[in-house]
Write a protein that binds this ligand. Structure first.
Ligand code: SAM
Length: 237
């Protein structure tokens, strides 16, 4: 791993990205309990689904190194068929899906998913998100029915919105609104609100260059001089 990051060449293999992966596992340990087999939260009882890219094995390595995965409890998915074929040959003991997650939600490999790392790197509040994201509702509902909990991590590019002359803070607000709308009536106990995910007034902080945790979002710099990312982490129950 390189000590300094260059988003052009190592966007997904740098210390900031590793910190993000570790943060997902930390939040799972701190905030989820029904997804774990045991009270000590050492072993998961659901499958972890990862959008792979070239570097998704780094997530798998972390989870295996920590010994948290259920046996065979990792599902890797990617749009790139040959990439998935390579992973399948390397790790035939795990589950692999080639194709678009939003079109493969009923794949048998996804039946036991309780954690989704939707590590897309699209722009926050991009135009296709209101069409695509609500489709994962069925996956979330299935996980809630099976485990009583579902963990969703959704990592998107925050600063990329300036290319379309959009305000970053307002874009992240629209992103949070859209997540709440898509998951409406999904949770048995309460409704998610935009303010729960992103506290009121966060927009100004975001526009002023904030890095850190704001509500359910961790805003971090994907590389030393690169864009800020907004990683949503929610444990739904
Ligand atoms: C940022 S990379 C994933 C990085 C990886 N999770 C890691 O920790 O290094 C994003 C990958 O997601 C894949 N992807 C994006 N949208 C997808 C979708 N709707 N279905 C399946 N794969 C998708 C892309 O092909 C890309 O390779």
């Amino acid at each position: 791993m390189t000590p300094l990051s260059d988003r052009q060449s190592d966007a997904f293999d740098n210390p900031a990205k590793m910190g993000c992966r570790e943060g997902n596992l930390r939040v799972l340990r701190e905030a989820a309990f029904l997804l774990w087999e045991d009270g000590d939260r050492t072993r998961l009882r659901c499958d972890w689904c990862e959008l792979m890219g070239a570097t998704g094995l780094l997530t798998l390595d972390l989870l295996e190194h920590q010994g948290v995965l259920a046996p065979g409890g990792f599902v890797g998915i990617d749009l790139d068929l040959s990439r998935i074929e390579g992973f399948r040959q390397r790790r035939p003991d795990l589950k692999w899906v080639a194709g678009n997650l939003y079109e493969r939600l009923e794949a048998p490999e996804l039946a036991n998913v309780g954690i989704l790392n939707l590590d897309e790197y699209g722009e926050v509040a991009n135009r296709s998100a209101p069409v695509d994201f609500p489709l994962i509702r069925g996956l979330v509902q299935r996980g809630l029915d099976t485990f009583g909990e579902f963990a969703l991590f959704w990592n998107q590019d925050l600063d990329a919105v300036v290319r379309r002359r959009q305000d970053r803070g307002q874009s992240l607000r629209r992103h949070a609104d859209m997540v709440c709308e898509a998951l409406k009536s999904c949770l048995p106990r309460r409704e998610l609100t935009s303010g729960m995910l992103l506290p009121e007034g966060s927009e100004d902080q975001i526009d002023a260059g904030f890095v850190g945790v704001l509500g359910a979002f961790e805003v971090y710099r994907g590389s030393v001089r690169g864009h800020r990312m907004a990683n949503l982490r929610v444990i739904l129950r």
